[in-house]
Design a protein. Structure first.
Length: 489
């Protein structure tokens, strides 16, 4: 079977151009020579074809030759498939197979779509996933829209894919200089953008997915969190708690009221009354005790907690991951839950509403007032520059997520639980994500001094006896003993 180029000289345009075809010639079983022609969609002059090939010097040669080569390649592939299927190719049948191939290809090839059209399609395809992932996509969209506005451009696949290095440079500079975000945040956005571009490639909207360069992060050993003593200090503070006829000398304090709708609401006064700082304190303590994110707080209703009196656990579904977790009840979480659930109906929200911005601002002011002045370093990398290297007070750096970090770190410090158990309670699926919450302090490093330390066995016995006696005392006597120890230490 012979394949060649043919100009149809029976019809021409006013500028002496003729339609170019690929001609397929072959013998039928009876020995008769037949042929079929398939249009290339090109119009050429007679002198553009020399010895059956396209002349190299003509205008648009590369594109025209690409069309011809692709068409001939498809025809040769169809002939090869027919032979492998035991069929005898003939021009008429080959042409029909090619037309079927073109028809199928047009049905399977997605329409040309804009960058934002593709992004909306990508976003719609993730509607069934967790709230946390959907929020991540929305954040990426907002940052890209902000970048568009800053640059005065409309984002396109051509710019992001065809000029990926220029795009990344401009986008990350916008994030560093205008948004003041760290390298880890930039890396996260670029990773999420890569997921969208992979989706676009799979859909046929782009031919290749660009690779974005990752930036170095600061490996912070110590995280911003409250240690066990600091959590208990906050728990025992009632300075800003509401009570009748109590006045507050801070302009930042106001009263929050929430009507109780349970069957025993009148027994609890009919209305929950707390100060805003009191509620911030209690919510943060709740986070420190059960390890929830602040995004869970607005969705908590009294009925969402399955309180099992036998096993003494709280069980609820995390908003970010849609994963159910169970955490043992402790003194702090139990007290906070009772305070905010008493007198409420099962469908009422556990906590009154408060935006995360107001929460974080109030949390800093509250801890400042209560003297949470432990010095902490929290360096960040913006581009190649290391910033925020000076020590700051704990209250300056604390935020809502510090509650979740406190929960994880303080569980580790209990010293009786393996990481797998703690990950089960925190809802982490991978060790790499879990390790981001693990804080290594100077005191943790000092524990290495105990390696090969030889204690006096008599000392251990004395300590055990002292602890046993202390535990057997009532609360008043314990306080007396503690004050005596502090006075002589």
């Amino acid at each position: 079977m012979n394949i060649s180029l043919k100009l149809d000289k029976t019809q021409s345009s006013s500028d002496n151009l003729y339609s170019l075809y690929v001609r397929i010639r072959g013998k039928e079983r009876n020995g008769k020579i037949t042929e079929s022609s398939i249009s290339t969609g090109l119009n050429l002059k007679p002198n553009h074809i020399i010895n059956g090939s396209l002349k190299t010097g003509i205008k648009g040669y590369s594109n025209k030759q690409r069309v011809i080569t692709s068409l001939i390649s498809d025809i040769e592939h169809i002939i090869s498939l027919m032979k492998s299927d035991g069929l005898e190719p003939n021009p008429k049948l080959v042409k029909k197979r090619y037309e079927d191939h073109v028809r199928t290809k047009s049905l399977n090839t997605p329409q040309v779509i804009s960058f934002w059209g593709g992004f909306q399609e990508f976003q719609d395809s993730k509607k069934h996933l967790s709230r946390g992932y959907k929020k991540t996509i929305t954040t990426l969209k907002n940052r890209l829209k902000g970048f568009e506005k800053h640059e005065g451009i409309l984002l396109s696949y051509d710019f992001i894919v065809g000029k990926s290095e220029i795009f990344q440079t401009k986008f990350q500079n916008y994030l560093w200089e205008e948004r003041k975000v760290s390298n880890s945040y930039v890396n996260k956005l670029l990773h999420n953008l890569s997921q969208f571009l992979y989706y676009s490639q799979q859909r046929g909207y782009i031919n290749k997915k660009p690779s974005f360069k990752k930036h170095d992060n600061v490996d912070r050993m110590e995280k911003v969190y409250l240690n066990t003593n600091e959590v208990l200090k906050l728990f025992n503070s009632s300075k800003w708690d509401y009570s009748e006829n109590k006045t507050f000398d801070s302009l930042h304090i106001y009263i929050i009221e929430q009507k109780l709708k349970g069957t025993r609401s009148k027994y609890f006064g009919g209305t929950l009354k707390v100060t805003n700082w009191e509620m911030v304190k209690d919510i943060f303590l709740f986070q420190c005790s059960i390890g929830c994110r602040y995004s869970d707080i607005p969705h908590f209703k009294v009925r969402h907690f399955d309180f099992d009196s036998d096993t003494q656990t709280f069980s609820w579904i995390q908003q970010k991951t849609d994963k159910r977790v169970s955490v043992p009840v402790n003194k702090v979480s139990g007290e906070v839950f009772r305070k905010y659930s008493s007198g409420k109906s099962p469908t009422q929200k556990l906590f009154p509403s408060l935006s995360i911005q107001k929460f974080n601002k109030s949390l800093k002011l509250l801890l400042k007032d209560l003297g949470f002045n432990r010095l902490v370093t929290h360096p960040r990398k913006i581009g190649s520059k290391l910033v925020d290297t000076n020590e700051k007070f704990l209250w300056e750096l604390i935020s809502s997520h510090g509650g979740r970090r406190s929960f994880i770190k303080n569980l580790i410090d209990v010293g009786t639980m393996d990481y797998k158990t703690i990950m089960t309670m925190s809802g982490h699926k991978s060790m790499s994500e879990f390790e981001k919450y693990v804080s290594v302090t100077k005191n943790d490093l000092k524990k290495g001094m105990k390696l090969y330390h030889m204690d006096d066995p008599n000392t251990d016995v004395e300590v055990d006896e002292l602890v046993k006696e202390f535990v057997s005392l009532d609360e008043e006597k314990r306080k007396l003993i503690l004050n005596m120890i502090k006075s002589i230490s």
